[in-house]
Design a protein around this ligand. Sequence first.
Ligand code: FE2
Ligand code: FE2
Length: 260
Amino acid sequence: MELRDFADQVLLNSEISAKLIPIIEPVTDDNPGSAERIQVPARAEALKFCGRREAPPMPHPESFGDPAKRAIAHHIMANHELQALEVMAFVLRAFPDASPEFRRGLAGVMADEQRHTRMHILRAADLGLEFGAYKVNGYFWLKSQEFTSLLDYLAGLPLTFEGGNLDHTLEFEQWFEAAGDGKSAGIMRAIHRDEIEHVAFGWHWLRALKPADRTEWETYEAHLHWPLRPEKARGKTFHHEPRRAAGLSDEFIERLEGLG
Ligand SMILES: [Fe+2]
Ligand SMILES: [Fe+2]
């Protein structure tokens, strides 16, 4: 299957079931097409992006004893995962000239995002909530519209959103565990492990594409667009271990830690 067709399957199909169909092997990239910036991904009516404040906020972790609150948390995170998938498809369409190795690697990450989306949707359903029962926002998608280069993408998504998720996934794992929900905790642990690989992918390509006379940190900061900023790349509790596992340099980790 051509990477471009896979990206279009994710972006132009409004059915969630179609967006989550894995890419068909063998993967080819013979016709990446011209650069095209899809402005809004097709989505079913119930899952179209709503305005700020229309979607429910993340429930407080102290309320996670209530299965209905945990279901809302999974509903919100399913939309985050789906947006990550859509943003990556956007990148495939917007940057056809990127290295084929990068593009294939990105398709591998997308397979994980498809699984993560499905895990949250199924877990919310187990807890009695259908995906689309609540409104969903388009925060990550909107930020991605400002990516004008691959370095912008790397700074914004893998190194900030996914980087921050290294901490957030562990926080949610603990909160679900404390609420006695081992299944939801297990999902967060599985996503955490994948996220380490996704941050490693971002780090590898940041190093490959950065100007020779700039450090990784300088390049990272230079390519973040407000309101994205390095503080968003970490949770309240800072974890060294997953960042070391992702291959981030000591300097980069110290810089992030110093922001707390
Ligand atoms: Fe994910
Ligand atoms: Fe990810």
